[in-house]
Write a protein that binds this ligand. Structure first.
Ligand SMILES: [Zn+2]
Length: 60
């Protein structure tokens, strides 16, 4: 297994982590009720996803 030759300085470590900041959660709008929705998730208020309602299918 490869072993690092020498330890990285704090500047090396910190500059490497400069691009690892946490991004804000991306939010889209529900096409059915215009509520804010996480992408690729069912709408929490009306249950719509990709033009289908999954709330009514559960109840029926
Ligand atoms: Zn909705």
């Amino acid at each position: 297994m490869a072993v690092p030759r020498a330890r990285h300085s704090n500047a090396k470590k910190n500059s490497k982590r400069a691009h690892l900041a946490k991004q804000p959660l991306s939010v889209t709008v529900c096409l059915n009720c215009r509520n804010s929705v996480i992408p690729h998730h069912m709408c929490p208020s009306c249950g719509h996803y990709k033009g289908r309602s999954y709330h009514t299918e559960k109840e029926a």
